[in-house]
Write a protein that binds this ligand. Structure first.
Ligand code: GAP
Length: 406
């Protein structure tokens, strides 16, 4: 919306942002599947679902914040976030404001056509529990993962993409037996924390905070947040909740469908307990931008850079021919052809080599390859490391192997 002056809480991602976001999503998926003993099944569920889903999940009745209006200006605030200095008599009594975006399907607008944009990806998992169980012959414990857009009519969006009205979530509902719930709750806190560390977020910027009783969502008996030290202080990055049997039993009651699990050991139908690691993809991207941004001094000039790790960097390897001569450009193209099947690469030919290094630093490219006149004779190139600034001469036909072993 920026050419029209912008729309609060609405952001678009450009080419490099899309790459970073996709790489983070892929890393999340790889990480939750890197354990042979864990079965995690993916689903991709609808944004607009039957309104009955939100009735059963409790979102229609419970997903709201108490709000007050400032009578002189008509401004609306969360009851617990009224700015200092406003007079109490100018505020209305708190009223509940549902955070779901409502719209209508079909040509007739009435209460029967009302539908909602999903406020979490989680419910798409619960309503598909039986489908996955049956088609994948899933055995407890197992998880179902869903990733995609969610929408909340947040009253106080802000702090860039930390809290927006349209955002992406990456959620897992992990189904287990009641007696194993504590073990899996702790397992998922540690596993998810390790993932954030593996992205290069330093340990002192991460902490676990257990929710007080009065903070718990309507479905949770226990929740711990993984928090990140944002520029303004600690804030939520991901919540790990014990949702118990709340969702499956609610959907069972409202839909009349059997959503139990047949336990072959006890020969009984049981309601599995759910441990839910619920992360935000766009919020993680924000945390990565904050924690990877850096400035340092090179040859008396300041460079700004993102220290993205190799796995998630939008461009992993930039190929920089020292001149625009045909033979150097051809070598560069040949190198790109060799590397691009496995790595995200680009050839950058404009401006001085110094400026090109700075530009690649700014977008967080971990490695630059310079192709120079000697390349023609020795079939080698110089690899420059973004972080150490070390340079190394490597034969072109060993490049693939070099980057594979990073
Ligand atoms: N299914 C449970 C659930 O949705 P949540 O704590 O409300 O739990 C999970 O959301 C994660 O989604 C949060 O930890 C955060 O990373 C992300 N998230 C929630 N609301 C958000 C918003 N308005 N903008 C950006 N990310 C948000």
């Amino acid at each position: 919306s920026s050419i029209y002056g912008g729309l609060r809480s609405s952001y678009d991602y450009g080419p490099l942002g899309v790459s970073l976001k996709n790489n983070l999503a892929a890393s999340w998926w790889r990480d939750i599947n890197n354990d042979n003993d864990l079965s995690i099944y993916p689903v991709d569920t609808a944004i607009i679902q039957s309104s009955e889903v939100w009735k059963a999940s409790g979102h229609l009745a419970e997903f709201s914040d108490p709000m007050v209006d400032h009578k002189p200006t008509g401004e609306r605030f969360r009851a617990d976030q009224v700015p200092d200095g406003l007079k109490k008599e100018d505020l209305t009594e708190p009223r509940h404001f549902n955070l779901m975006f409502e719209t209508n399907i079909g040509p007739v607008h009435n209460e029967n056509s009302a539908v909602y944009l999903r406020p979490e990806t989680a419910q798409g998992i619960f309503v598909n529990f039986e489908n996955v169980l049956r088609t994948m012959r899933a055995k407890l414990p197992f998880g179902i993962a869903n990733i995609g857009k969610s929408f909340r009519n947040e009253i106080t969006p802000g702090q860039f993409i930390f809290r927006t009205r349209e955002f992406e979530q990456m959620e897992i509902e992990f189904f287990c037996k009641e007696e194993d719930q504590e073990e899996w709750f702790n397992f998922w806190i540690n596993k998810r924390l390790d993932w954030y560390k593996s992205l290069g977020i330093s340990e002192d910027k991460l902490r676990i905070r257990t929710h007080e009783e009065n903070e718990l969502a309507h479905y949770a008996s226990k929740t711990s947040d993984i928090e990140f030290m944002y520029p303004w202080g600690w804030g939520e990055l991901e919540g790990i909740a014990n949702r118990g049997t709340f969702d499956l039993t609610s959907h069972e009651r409202e839909s009349g469908k059997d959503l139990t699990y047949f336990d072959p050991e006890s020969n009984e139908k049981i309601n599995p307990v759910v441990i839910e690691p619920a992360g935000g993809l766009t919020r993680t991207l924000f945390a990565i931008l904050c924690s990877n941004y850096d400035e340092d001094t090179v040859n008396d000039t300041t460079r700004t850079l993102f220290r993205f790790n190799f796995e998630i960097a939008p461009i992993q390897i930039a190929i920089l021919p020292l001149s625009k001569k045909d033979n150097l450009i051809n070598f560069s193209k040949e190198i790109k052809t060799k590397l691009q099947k496995s790595f995200r690469t680009e050839i950058d030919i404009t401006q001085s080599i110094g400026k090109r290094y700075r530009r690649q630093d700014e977008i967080g490219t971990p490695y630059c390859i310079t192709v120079d006149v000697e390349t023609v004779d020795d079939k080698s190139v110089t690899i420059r490391n973004r972080d150490t600034m070390d340079q190394e001469r490597v034969e072109i036909n060993k490049l693939h192997h070099y980057f594979e072993n990073i």
